[in-house]
Structure formats: C-alpha cells, structure tokens
Write a protein that binds this ligand. Sequence first.
Ligand SMILES: [Zn+2]
Length: 396
Amino acid sequence: METQDWTTKLHDGPPRPATLKRINMRRFLEELRRRGPSTRAELTRAIGVAPPTSSAIIADLLDSGWLEPAFDRPGSKGRPGKVFRLATSSCFVVGALIQVDRVFIAPAGLDGRLEASKIVSFPTPSNYGRLLDSLAREAERFGSDPIQRCLGFGLGVPGLLDESSGVVALSPNLHYLDGRPIGQDLRERLDLDVTCTQEEHALCIDEQHFGGARHVRDFAVLDVTDGMGMGVVSGGSYMHGRQGYAGEVGHVTVEPNGVICGCGNRGCLETVATDRAFLSAVSAIRGEPLDFPEAAGLAAAGHPQTLREMERTIDYLAIALAAIANLFNPEAIFIHGKLLDLSPDLIVRLRAATAMRALSPSFADVKILRARGDKLGGVLLGLLDKVFASVGPILT
Ligand SMILES: [Zn+2]
C-alpha cells in the first residue's frame, strides 16, 4: 500500500512495474547505507515490503553487484541469518580532494567508508595539466583490478565551484583552477562519471553522516584550515546560493588595510582567523618557517608573542562566528581546523569572545563544536548519492 502511494506521487498515474522495482532497489540500498550490514528479515521489516518482494529485490541487487553477502548471524530460532552489505569488493568508487599543498585520493566501497590505509597523497602539482595527469594516473591505479567495477569518480574542490557543471569560477588559493571545467576535463581523461563537490559542502555531508550533525537540521561548518570557507545547512537543506558560490565568509573584509588575500582584496577574515594565518604570524615572529606542531608547541610553552597571536586569531574567529550566528541562527557551528587544539580551554574562550559580538538571542543556544567530518569522506558520500540515484528515484 505504501509503495502504491509513492508511485502515484511520482507519476500521477498507474504504477509502472519497472519504476516500482527501481524505487524498491533504491530503498534497500539506502536502508543498508543507514543501518549497515543487515539480514533479509531486518531489511524486509524496516522497509515494509512482503517477504517475496524483498527476496526478489535482494536477488536483483546481488546479481548486479550492488550488494554482497557479508557473514552469517545466529538467528532468533537458532537458524543462521545471512547478512548482506553494500558491495566493497565487486564495485567501488574513487574520491579525490584537492587542497592547496596536497592532493588526497582513495577508493571506497559502496558503503562510503574511508580506510586510512588506502589513502594516497601527493604534493599539489604546480599547474593544471599536471594536476589532471596525476589524478588520472592514481585513479587508474585503483581501477586496475578487472574483477572490480568503478562506478564513479568524486572530486573535492576548493573555491567557488558550480557543482552542476563542474566548472571552478575562482579558487583564491589555487588560481590555476580559475575558469577550469575540471569535471568535464577529468571525465574525458578517465572515461568515468565525475561528481564535483565544493570542499565545504563535502564537510557538511560527512558531518551529517558520520559526525555531530546527524540529527541537526540547522548548522554551519566553518573551515579554518588553509583558507576560510563555510557550509550552511538550513532546515535540513544545504545552501548553495544561485550559482553554488554561497558561504564565502572568509572573504569578508575585517582589516581594510590588512594583508593581501588570495582573492585580491585586503584584510579578509581568512588572512587573520585560520590555521594558516596563525602559522604565518608566528613564523614571522620567529623569523623562520614553522609547521603547526612547532607553533602549537610555542603556545603550550607559554611563549608570550605566540600567545598574543593566538588571542588575536581567536578574536577574529569570534567575529566570523558572531556573523554566522546573526545571519543563519544555527543550532550548532562546527569548526574544522587545528586552531582549537592550541589550548584545552580555547572553545570556552572562543565562546566568550563570540558572545561579546553576536546578538545575544541569536547566539544564546548555539553550540560551538569541533567538526568530526572529513572532506574526502564527504566527497565520497556526495558521489555515492549520485551513484545511488542512478539505481532509482528516492521519495521524501
Ligand atoms: Zn579574500
């Protein structure tokens, strides 16, 4: 009965068996994604279809390689129940993440779980042609097993990205991407479907699936690593803006005569309130390039100038957080970056600094939390959304 209603909603007409089958296949895939490995009885119960229908759908998904048997679990009446999971050996996807200094690339099964041991990384190539060559080379290496079928390639991109076309409009910290149709260029090289996801969107997706935003409908993720970017989920939906360029809080001016930013303006928030900004400031004080653990070590040792830089960075970060609270009235703001590791009480201090700047009703109940999401993980999940959509429609 439930399925009949869905079909009617889809077509405003009589049920179409082929569509019904695809809808049900998609429901099973999404249920497995949500629950993890499950028995036939668990899936049948959760989805609410008749047992023969469930058996037929599982058989179809096994035949097409989307599903695989995992192991047997003791049943309630002593009979072992076969447990099924999303394919990890017959099908796979590949995700890559472009960052300013390094590129990360990894395969994953259809469950989207990222295994740290399978992540390959290399320094970000110095020009666009070399970047495409390196991505294609590594992707082909993962796809060399003829038994496995690669269902798609996901790419995480920094900057202003039109996700629907895969064209980068502007990447303030990696300008050779500006104007590049990187989705199409990679599609031609790899002969695979390529799904491009803006890096902050990827962070939001992973935070929703595996992080602290699983049941949160209004939240923001603020990325304070190389640059400053933001993703906002409002009422459960990600805010893309008209062309997909929303969320660039990092390029709001806070120091009109400040240092030049990668975007060409002066004194943007990302020049004063990020891991990179803190590190540059401490390196300048010490007169030598430091890495983040070295700068953190100076803070932990109570080095006065480093502590002053830390306070300055936190003050600017509070301006960003107050703006987010005032503009979007979220339930939680997740911060992705190393700055919060500088001191155990930094979140408390950041909260106090933000409270001084934000409108108090807007900020009163906002949680400030460390992001647990991962950009590459989010790229893979974004890709899998599209891969699963190829099986059948989902109705909400
Ligand atoms: Zn800027």
